[in-house]
Design a protein around this ligand. Structure first.
Ligand SMILES: Cc1cc2nc3c(=O)[nH]c(=O)nc-3n(C[C@H](O)[C@H](O)[C@H](O)COP(=O)(O)OP(=O)(O)OC[C@H]3O[C@@H](n4cnc5c(N)ncnc54)[C@H](O)[C@@H]3O)c2cc1C
Length: 510
């Protein structure tokens, strides 16, 4: 019924979550059917971090009709082919988690089984030698896969590193062009309806009252609507993912940006390095139980490529998620919904996932519990899968050189992860459940990268002779080498297609 339609959507918060929500809803909402209003407070500001993404962000851009090169130019972005993990399994070790795949499936059987069979027979090559992403990354090369490039380059998966402040600005312009209205102001009061507890309106510090049918809470960690007003509750996962603090600082870049993120394990956590066109973003995510704020800052500052461009920014968080992401007529998106450390750059993806599921289950004013419960179920499952994948990185460490690593190496892990690990360990089997984000390449990259190589392989691979497997794998390696040799460097690619203008430069941090 026309009168039941949600007409007024109020988004509170103008960080990445707020502006991604505004961009999607203002673009995709049928014209004349509703209004999107975003309230943000410059005085409070945004978290100002969150600069590495995963390939799914391309879907978000495509759906909104955002041209990739415009987005790259506006946000000083670079390409990301994966993540290099340094000192994670043990000090001196490294491995690469690539986007894209390892090799090709042969006869319908996953590639890593063939690799494992040859390894068992004494072939010392790493599974990374069969990843076009790893080969391109370590040669500083990049090309955007096009259909005419053939099967090897078409296996290249990529995401972006971008400047978070510029991304919000870019999306703000986009949203305002599509009719979203921005209001500057601090929300001081959330008014609930007495009959059903729904949010009726918000009151700003200047006295303005804004009514809405649907409220989207993008207020960051505090969860002004979902928690402070609706008291939804929080599930704490810090027993599995104990890091609870971060210190971040941008620094001058040195040389050309590399096309991947680097994550280096440190005494009580790990440090990120995110290369952008105009600067490098850095941060140390650590556990405050094992390291002080001052020590963490010292660790970060002594491991930068260049001169810091701002004062280090300290942040605190609690790993976990809201008990409900959608409660009454309020949907929490972004940090207000929950947070897991940025080890695999999943937060922006979870924002995107929340928005696309909200659009798929878009309610009317009654907020039918069927749609709301399905939304909560899907998001719960999505968060739990990511949590398990993050824990894998810690539980597989061999490090015993600090209290932090001793804790994570020996901590109890969820049963869901135990089952997955047992399947990987026996013969390298992996299944994606529900809408699970990370695929077999990701799980194998981290498991094998950290020395948890499957003990056996799928016996089906014996349908190909050893000679046949040896030849097929040699052909894949040769094709990768040839393809990478012919690619431009990432810098040459950026210079040609999507170099940012200096006008976009900010010193805002990651
Ligand atoms: C250390 C760290 C590193 C991260 N790295 C990554 C990464 O590499 N990749 C990734 O995907 N994610 C990363 N994230 C997560 C990412 O930063 C967030 O998901 C993203 O920035 C979204 O934040 P947000 O918009 O939810 O919150 P915020 O940026 O905190 O925005 C909150 C908004 O609410 C407004 N607000 C709050 N209270 C009020 C009020 N009373 N009245 C009006 N407005 C109000 C604020 O002004 C602001 O506009 C990282 C997070 C941390 C902590």
């Amino acid at each position: 019924m026309e009168s039941d339609r949600v007409k007024n959507i109020v988004i509170v918060g103008g960080g990445t979550a707020g502006w991604m929500s505004a961009a999607a809803l203002s673009k995709l909402m049928p014209e004349h059917q509703g209004n999107v209003t975003l309230v943000e407070s410059e005085e409070i500001g945004t978290v100002g971090v969150g600069e590495a993404t995963i390939p799914q962000i391309a879907t978000f851009n495509q759906r909104l009709g955002i041209h990739e090169d415009d987005f790259i130019r506006a946000t000083q972005a670079t390409f990301k082919l994966g993540i290099e993990f340094v000192d994670w399994a043990k000090k001196g070790d490294r491995y690469f988690h690539p986007f894209g795949t390892h090799g090709f499936d042969l006869e319908g059987i996953e590639f890593h089984h063939f690799w494992n069979k040859l390894r068992e027979r004494g072939d010392a090559r790493s599974i990374e030698d069969y990843s076009i992403n790893a080969a391109a990354a370590y040669s500083d090369k990049f090309i955007r896969p096009q259909s005419e490039h053939g099967p090897i380059i078409n296996k290249l998966g990529y995401a972006f590193h971008f400047d978070a402040i510029l991304y919000a600005k870019f999306l703000r312009k986009f949203s305002e062009r599509n009719g979203a209205k921005r209001i500057e102001g601090k929300v001081e009061q959330v008014n609930l309806r007495s009959d059903n507890g729904f949010i009726e309106s918000i009151r700003l510090a200047d006295g303005q009252v804004i009514k809405g049918d649907l409220f989207i809470d993008c207020t960051g960690f505090r969860g002004l609507l979902i928690e402070e007003a609706l008291q939804t509750g929080y599930i704490d996962w810090s027993q599995y993912l104990p890091v609870d603090s971060a210190v971040a600082v941008p620094c001058e870049k040195r040389g050309e940006p590399i096309p991947y993120t680097r994550s280096t394990a440190r005494e009580a956590g790990w440090q990120w390095r995110i290369p952008l066109q105009h600067r490098t973003g850095n941060g140390y995510v650590y556990c405050s139980q094992y390291q002080s704020k001052d020590e963490a800052e010292k660790t970060l500052l002594s491991n930068l490529d260049g001169k810091p461009l701002a004062s280090p920014k300290h942040l605190r968080f609690k790993t976990g998620r809201r008990k409900k992401f959608w409660s009454k007529n309020c949907v929490a998106i972004g940090l207000s919904a929950g947070f897991m450390e940025p080890l695999e750059s999943t937060s922006i993806h979870l924002i995107q996932s929340g928005i696309s599921k909200l659009i798929a289950l878009f309610p009317d004013k009654s907020m039918n519990p069927v749609e709301r419960d399905e939304y909560n179920r899907l998001l719960n499952v999505g968060y739990a899968h990511i949590r398990d994948f993050l824990i894998l990185h810690y539980t597989l460490t061999e490090r015993d050189d600090s209290d932090f690593w001793n804790y994570v190496r020996t901590m109890k892990i969820p049963k869901t992860l135990q089952r997955k690990m047992a399947l990987i360990q026996s013969r390298g089997r992996f299944f994606k459940y529900d809408d699970e984000l990370f695929n077999i390449t990701s799980w194998m990259a981290v498991a094998i990268g950290q020395g948890y190589t499957p003990k056996g392989y799928n016996p089906m691979v014996d349908s190909l002779s050893d000679d046949n497997i040896i030849q097929s794998l040699a052909n894949i390696r040769m094709s990768i080498d040839k393809a990478v040799e012919a690619m431009p460097t990432q810098q040459a690619f950026i210079d040609r297609f999507c170099r940012a203008q200096d006008v976009y430069t900010t010193a805002g941090e990651s």
